[in-house]
Design a protein around this ligand. Structure first.
Ligand code: ADP
Ligand code: ADP
Length: 207
């Protein structure tokens, strides 16, 4: 049986956007460390207080914090047949810890060059009620949700550059790590949302 799946790629590559199709195809729940951390920050929990400064400056939250969060999440009953990880793992120590707790069947890497990332991130907006992800130009929100749109605090040009640095230094080497294990599927993330969705669906079928 298919174990967990990892959606991999730079910030703003389209991981959250494409997660939906994988959830539909596999029935596995989406586990987004970014969403979990943002919820902790807005609730003002101890974890949130610890994570906030890292997130706002575009740095990665320390591995031990993230690994603890994932261990707890994987103990939930809905995670027993594997999950879809979105934004995790982001460092080799995180991937090593994950290998000790669950089987990863496939890693889908969405590749988008840095020059496209800035535009995607700066134009990203979320529906605060449903969590749906929009983009001011590439996926314009319908008029009825305009009043509920929020922009993430770290979605500004300065922070994006730090996040891209963190990606290149700490996260990108993980792609090669998974490729060496023979479980990496690369998807060109530069087409339209629909085109990328087709490639992601093909990658899931190939697992
Ligand atoms: P991630 O989860 O990887 O950070 P998102 O899925 O939130 O990325 O996408 C980042 C932004 O780019 C969002 O505003 C989203 O609407 C937009 N986006 C996603 N995929 C595409 C695409 N293929 N073409 C253009 N814009 C996209
Ligand atoms: P994006 O994919 O758009 O960069 P995320 O929502 O995945 O955004 O992450 C937002 C921030 O949360 C990151 O910049 C980082 O500070 C923190 N974060 C999320 N996931 C991890 C992780 N696996 N390891 C370390 N930090 C993380």
């Amino acid at each position: 049986m298919l174990g967990s799946i990892v959606l991999f790629g730079p910030p703003g590559a389209g991981k959250g956007t494409q997660a939906e199709i994988i959830v539909e195809m596999t029935g596995k729940p989406q586990v987004s460390t970014g969403d979990m951390l943002r919820s902790a920050v807005s609730q003002g929990t101890e974890l949130g207080l610890e994570a906030k400064t890292y997130m706002e400056s575009g740095q990665l939250v320390p591995d031990q914090v993230i690994i603890g969060l994932i261990e707890d999440r994987l103990n939930e009953p809905d995670a027993s047949n594997g999950v879809l990880f979105d934004g995790f793992p982001r460092t080799i120590p995180q991937a090593e810890a994950l290998a000790g707790i669950t089987e990863v069947s496939g890693v889908i890497s969405i590749e988008v060059p840095d020059e496209d990332i800035i535009n995607r991130i700066v134009g990203r907006r979320m529906d605060s009620e449903t969590g749906e992800i929009y983009h001011v130009s590439f996926k314009p929100p319908p008029p009825e949700v305009e009043s509920r749109l929020v922009q993430r605090k770290d979605d500004n040009e300065n922070t994006v550059r730090s996040r891209l640095d963190a990606y290149h230094e700490q996260t990108k080497p993980l792609g090669e790590w998974y490729d060496n294990m023979g479980i990496l599927a690369i998807v060109d993330g530069t087409g339209s949302i629909q085109e990328v969705g087709q490639s992601v669906a093909n990658a899931v079928r190939s697992l």
